[in-house]
Structure formats: C-alpha cells, structure tokens
Write a protein that binds this ligand. Structure first.
Ligand code: NAD
Length: 494
C-alpha cells in the first residue's frame, strides 16, 4: 500500500505515527495511508521554512521568476500525471482533473511576472529634496491549508504568488487526496527552488491548529468549509496572523423567462453535476423565473438520463464518484430530507444502479424547493440540483441575496439591462452572465462574500500578491549637491 508522507527541507519523510486511509473512490478500495503530522513534525516544517527565508527573501526578482518559469514548464509537462493523481484519490473524471491543472497553471503563469507585480509607487519631490517610495516585502513563513476538492488547483492558487513574493511556504493539503502536493513539491525542487522554501505537512486538525498557533507562521491561506474557515480566521487572527479563509458556497443560477432554455440546461447540468457537484463554484440552485421553470426542469431531466457516470479514469465518464462513502451517504440523505420537507424529488440518484463498492450517487434533481428548507440552506456539496421557482427577476435577486453564502451567482438571459442590474445588485463575489461557473482568470482574484470568505483579501491574482506582501514606505531627504563639501560643479540651488 502507498505510504504518503511529508516533504520537509527538500526531502520526503517516511516516518509517521498516526495515519489516515486514502481511497480510490471509484472502487471503494483503500490504496494508501497518509501520515498525520503531530506538533513536532509541523514545527520541523516551519523551522525548515524559517531557515530558508533569510536567503530566499533576498534572492533577486530574476532568480525567482526563473524558478517560476521553470516550474511552469514542468507543470505543463506533468499535466497528465498531476491529473491522474487527482482522479485516483478524488474520483473526478480525467477531463475535469486536466481542467484543474490548467487553471492552476494559469496562476503559475501570473506569478512569472513577479518583477512587474512587485513594483511599488514612487513620488519624486514630495517636498523640496524629498522622495517617497514603497518597498513590497515578503511576510516570512506562510501556510496554506487546502480542501479535498481541488488537490492541484487550490494549492496553486497560493504557492506561486507566495514564493514569488519572497515568502517560504508550508502546505497542509487535504488528507483525503494528499499525493498531488508531493508531486508539486518535487516539481518545485526540480525547477530550482532552494530546499526549505516549500514544504508539505500531511495531516488533520492537529497540524492545522499548530500552524495557526505557531509564532513563526506569519500568515495563513485557507480554502474549505465555512465552519472550518471561521475557526481558521478566528484562531489565526487571535494569534496575530494575517488570514484569508475561503469557505463554503451555495451558488445560484438565475434563469429569466427570455433565456435560451437549451443553453441554460446544458450549463446547469455541467455546473451542477461536473465533478459530482464537489466544486465550490458548482451550481446547486437554479432559480427559475416565471414560465421558464417547467421547460428548464424538463430539459435538465432529459440530460440527466444521458449523463454517463463511471470511474474517473474511464474516458467515457462524464461524472465520477464522490470522495468518500460517508460523504456520498450524507449527500444522499438530503433526498429524504427534501421529500420530507415537501419538495418534489424529480430524479433520485439513489435509484441508479452501480456495480462494485465505489462511492457513486446518480445525479439528482429536486423541484419546488423553498428557501426555508434545509435542502436549500445547507451546502450539500454533491450532485443534487435544487430548483426554486420565483415570480420575478427582482424576487430571484432577493432570494440569492438572503442566502448566507455569497461565492458565485449566474444569470441566464438575453436582456443586457437585466444582466447589468443583476451584476450590480447581487451580493456575491463572482458573477456570471450566461456563464455558469464564473471562476475569474488568474489576473483577477477569486473570492466570495458573506460566509464564503473570512478576511479581506481574495485569493490569487493581484489580491494574492497583496496578501503575501507588506508595504514599507520610505521617505528620504537628499541634500542639494551644491551644498556638498566637494565642489561637484552644480550651480547653487535650482
Ligand atoms: P474542510 O473544511 O473539511 O477541510 C479543509 C481543510 O481543513 C483540510 O485540509 C482539512 O484537513 C482541514 N480541517 C478539517 N477540519 C478541520 C478542523 N476542525 N480544524 C482545522 N482544520 C481542519 O473542507 P473539504 O471537505 O476538504 O472541502 C470542501 C469544502 O471546501 C466545501 O465546503 C467547499 O465549498 C469548500 N471550498 C471552497 C472554495 C472557495 O473558494 N470558497 C474552494 C474549494 C472548496
């Protein structure tokens, strides 16, 4: 069985005490065991990162951008290997896994431009003979704690900007799919990153809490569920750290009566059931306005019947299994909850038979959901799409805005004015207009509002660089050269 350990100071470590099982979700078979770091192992990783900081922070921008360019090349060459690791431990289909590598790669490409990104402002002659300029300096050792659902992309939201800005990094990946982080570590080493600049500690809450409390960790970036995000934010801030903690989501897709129904149904199906609904930007609620509701429900229903669900490694599969048996069962339980609450279960994914012991659940569709129902309020994080019916576009916006989450929201319409009104009035961090999953490109930044983000910096892009640097403003006065003790030949005072 595969033993998955840490990566500290440029070396993989194979000794560990507590462990957790790692599964192939397509078969339900345990394929590995991952070490769960205790406090001493976390301290070792932080010490390695702290030791590497002194030299790395003073490395030239050229050195850092060359490492990033080399890393970019290596990630590109290892796309398939990275995607295969994500599929093997997460279960998502290979095309999805390749997509997450591609989106992560964009964040590496952004960080290759670090010399440009770290330019500060300069004011000449702020007063007579006085210049003011900014230095953007790294923080020190920064930590990243990442979720199971994007084992390649989410670490790559953090690592490139953090190290390009001159910080050193300790990553604590999800214990459910820990292998991709080790390949990322190996590729960074091959790219020429000095030992200790990037470290991986595998683990659970014990490791995370030690990172939050450790006096030498200056900042923590977190992506995961809202309950844990709030904990990370509160505990990290109480320890005086800079924290960005991205939480859960309940993303709405509003379909107006003038929308192209076929296009909206295609979008709803790929955004709700892609990656088995285990995406923080998955559409989990369609808000159908007026008479469009019945045609949209029918069109989604027809598409569900054709959806090919199977092992992620099978190129024919369009949707894979869920990450664990416990998570699959919890997601499935919402279908009973929905029925008991009076919603209409149009398609019950439990009725679809699957061979073997994989953690599969068929795509499910629930209509006539009301905002006060639990099936609406909870983040289900699986292939269960709810439909809420609204009378007007304004009512649809009010429904989205009353939700506790504010990650993404999309509108499907042909009306430019309605789309404009929606993007201005909706209380979320990322908006799609006829785009169901509006994940910003790498030169913008990713983040939600309300319970989807604790902290004030979004992740990657310009806000990522901002998060990983602190600004120093230098004010300097220069004597006029005509006052020099040596005659330099300048005329007296201009
Ligand atoms: P999770 O919150 O259970 O775990 C995330 C990380 O926190 C893991 O590394 C885990 O080991 C650690 N952790 C878990 N419990 C902890 C605790 N009590 N104390 C300290 N650390 C703890 O999330 P998950 O199940 O891995 O991922 C799915 C969740 O992540 C969903 O809620 C999803 O919406 C969210 N997510 C959000 C975004 C976003 O950008 N907002 C992106 C991806 C995933």
């Amino acid at each position: 069985m595969k033993r998955i350990g840490h990566f500290i100071g440029g070396q993989r470590t194979g000794e560990f005490g507590r462990t957790a099982p790692v599964y192939d979700p397509a078969t339900g078979v345990q394929t590995g065991e991952v070490g769960l770091a205790d406090v001493a192992e976390v301290d070792q990783a932080v010490a390695a990162a702290a030791a590497a900081f002194g030299e790395w922070r003073h490395s030239s921008l050229t050195t850092r951008s060359r490492v990033l360019f080399a890393f970019r090349q290596l990630v590109d060459e290892h796309r398939q290997e990275l995607a295969a690791l994500a599929t093997a431990e997460h279960g998502k289909v290979l095309s999805d896994a390749a997509g997450e590598v591609a989106r992560g790669l964009e964040c590496v490409e952004f960080a290759c431009g670090i010399p440009q990104l770290l330019k500060g402002g300069h004011s000449a002659q702020a007063a007579t003979g006085v210049e003011v300029h900014e230095l953007k300096q790294p923080l020190g050792v920064v930590a990243g704690v990442t979720p199971f659902n994007f084992p390649v992309m989410v670490p790559l939201w953090m690592i490139p900007n953090a190290i390009a800005s001159g910080n050193t990094f300790v990553l604590k990946p999800s214990e459910k799919d820990p292998s991709a982080a080790l390949l990322i570590a190996a590729l960074l080493k091959d790219a020429g990153l000095p030992d200790g600049v990037f470290n991986v500690v595998q683990g659970d809450a014990v490791a995370v809490d030690r990172l939050l409390d450790h006096p030498d960790v200056e900042a923590v970036s977190f992506v995961g569920s809202t309950t844990v995000a709030r904990h990370i934010y509160e505990r990290g801030a109480a320890a005086g750290k800079r924290v960005q903690a991205l939480g859960g989501a309940k993303n709405h897709m509003v379909v107006l009566p003038d929308a192209d129904v076929e296009m909206a149904a295609d979008a709803a199906v790929s955004a709700a059931y892609g990656s088995a609904g285990e995406r923080c930007m998955a559409v989990s609620v369609v808000v159908a306005v007026g008479a469009v509701a019945d045609p949209v429900v029918d069109a989604v229903n027809k598409r569900i019947a054709k959806l090919r669900i199977g092992a992620g490694a099978d190129p024919e599969s369009e949707m894979g299994p869920l990450v664990t048996r416990a998570h699959r069962d919890k997601v499935a339980s919402y279908l009973d909850i929905a029925a008991a609450e009076g919603a209409k279960v149009v398609v019950d994914g439990r009725e679809q038979p699957f061979d073997g012991d994989g953690f599969f659940l068929g795509a499910s569709l629930v209509d006539y959901v009301q905002p006060d129902m639990q099936v609406y309020q909870d983040e289900i994080f699986g292939p269960v799409l709810c439909v809420v019916r609204a009378d007007t576009a304004q009512q649809a916006i009010d429904i989205v805005n009353a939700n506790r989450y504010g990650n993404g929201a999309a509108i499907f319409t042909r009306d430019g004015g309605a789309a404009r009104r929606f993007q201005h009035d909706v209380s979320v961090g990322m908006v799609g207009v006829n785009v169901p999953i509006p994940v910003p490109v790498a030169y913008f930044s990713f983040g939600g509002w309300k319970d989807s983000l604790f902290g004030d910096s979004h992740m990657y892009g310009p806000e990522g660089v901002h998060f990983y640097t602190r600004t120093k403003v230098v004010t300097s006065r220069w004597p006029d050269p005509s006052t020099s003790q040596v005659d330099l030949g300048f005329p007296t005072h201009r």
